[in-house]
Design a protein around this ligand. Structure first.
Ligand code: DWN
Ligand code: ZN
Length: 418
């Protein structure tokens, strides 16, 4: 097999929301290794599987999606997704649990179920609010971590079959959450079928995903990676819900992960009124022309211009004798490094807080990763902020680096230095 997965066995042929097959390809990030496929030193010279990474819009329902779906087994063979341990995300999940328990008057006897519950972080905040919790996650290592925290977790991929088994055992969750998981799912119809069977007439699904409008407006091309199959906007998502006699009744936008939509879904006959915020978001999506090719063409052009500008800037810094390193060996960072073809001659190394990633190398570009401490010890001139979605937290943490004249390069939406 060639290093580049050119076979069309992974090619998407029909849209996972509407089932049609008329697509508009608008950005090709080219083949690259999966962005969480960190390489150990002894494997550096070995064959590294690459997979096509490109996005297209369905010209029927306008769901943005990757052109090729890499089967999970091929993608996760040697990578362990480590839950975001950032205080940004911990605060986000804590306030999410508090506000939802209050908004929907969740009682101590009620069950809150989290689909893609990861290591149980979100559910542990719900449990602190005194409600019953149930997690579902396919990663055995994460389900184990959750159970160690006392979070009842089913180690399985969510499906409509699993949902009917759960209902059969007498569990009807009052609230279902699904954060950063719907965009990873290929079988969206089966997901909806399962949710519909779990919810009672007044039950609510709250799902949160990186919002396609933010990606387009803030040029967040590096949030396009193989495990994110869909880049969701509300118009196609509403169509999906309607197919399963459910409807969106509210949306809240928030800044995490570069811009996320928290979407509230209920059964068609439930009592929840559609909010003004939802009407505004749907109107804005139409005004942006999301159901035409225009915004996607503009996005692709600006992304390409931005990458040229970034590489030019890095080369100028190098020519001026400045030393540049990376900060945050994030999945998105690896997409940016591979797409812009940034290698160790431009970015000497990357620092990262996650022990699993330290002493390994970035996939494809093979830049060494070290603990954050190296930034203090080595004192480079610039740090390219690859985990820009944690900018506030990281810049605050590295005040000493900046006090000594160190600067951060923020690559998104356009290259700026702080
Ligand atoms: O869907 C997903 C998105 C929404 O969240 C997941 N598949 C991955 C995750 O992406 P992310 O933006 O949280 O980035 P990562 O891939 O978790 O990477 C962030 C990296 O930054 C981590 O490796 C840790 C590192 N970091 C650090 O070195 N110092 C983070 C913080 C906050 C820090 O202070
Ligand atoms: Zn479609």
């Amino acid at each position: 097999m060639s290093a580049r997965e050119s076979s069309d066995e992974f090619k998407v042929k029909v849209c996972r929301i509407c089932g049609e097959g008329k697509f508009f390809n608008f950005l090709d990030l080219h083949s690259m290794p999966v962005p969480n496929g960190f390489v150990v030193k002894e494997d550096l010279g070995k064959f590294e599987q690459q997979y096509p990474l490109a996005v297209m819009a369905c010209e029927t329902c306008w769901l943005v999606q990757v052109t090729h779906v890499v089967p999970p087994g091929r993608m996760f063979e040697n990578y362990l997704y480590i839950p975001s341990t950032s205080t940004t995300m911990l605060n986000h999940f804590n306030s999410m649990a508090k506000s939802l328990v209050k908004q929907f008057d969740i009682k101590p006897s009620d069950v809150v179920m989290d689909i893609g519950s990861n290591d149980g972080t979100l559910l542990s905040f719900f449990r602190q609010e005194g409600v019953q919790v149930l997690g579902v996650d396919p990663a055995a290592n994460l389900a184990h971590l959750a159970r160690m925290k006392g979070i009842n977790t089913i180690n399985a991929l969510f499906s409509s079959k699993l949902a009917s088994d759960i209902v059969g055992q007498g569990t009807r969750p009052r609230l279902i959450t699904a954060t950063n998981v719907v965009a990873h799912m290929s079988e969206l119809h089966d997901f909806c079928k399962g949710v519909n069977s779990l919810l009672d007439d007044q039950g609510v699904l709250v799902t949160e995903f990186p919002y396609c409008v933010d990606m387009l407006q803030k040029l967040e091309f590096d949030t396009i990676y193989h495990e994110h199959l869909s880049y969701i906007s509300l118009l196609p998502f509403s169509q999906l819900m309607a197919k399963f006699k459910m409807r969106i009744f509210d949306v809240q936008r928030n800044p995490v992960h570069g811009g996320t939509a928290r979407v509230f879904v209920c059964k068609e006959g439930a009592r929840y009124q559609q909010t003004k915020e939802l009407e505004k978001c749907l109107a804005d999506e139409r005004a942006m022309g999301l159901q035409t090719r225009k915004p996607y063409i503009e996005f692709a052009e600006k992304v390409q211009q931005n990458c040229v500008a970034l590489v030019k800037y890095l080369k100028e810094l190098k020519a001026a004798g400045k030393r540049v390193v990376g900060y945050g060996a994030s999945a998105k960072g690896n997409v940016l490094l591979n797409y812009c073809k940034i290698t160790p001659d431009l970015v000497e190394y990357v620092v990262d807080s996650i022990p699993f990633k330290q002493w390994r190398f970035t996939p494809g570009t093979h830049i060494p990763i070290y603990p954050e401490q190296k930034l203090q010890d080595d004192r480079p001139d610039y740090a390219l902020l690859l985990a820009w979605n944690f900018q506030e937290e990281i810049v605050a943490k590295q005040a000493a680096f900046r006090d000594r004249g160190g600067k951060f390069i923020v690559p998104i939406p356009t290259v700026t230095t702080i």
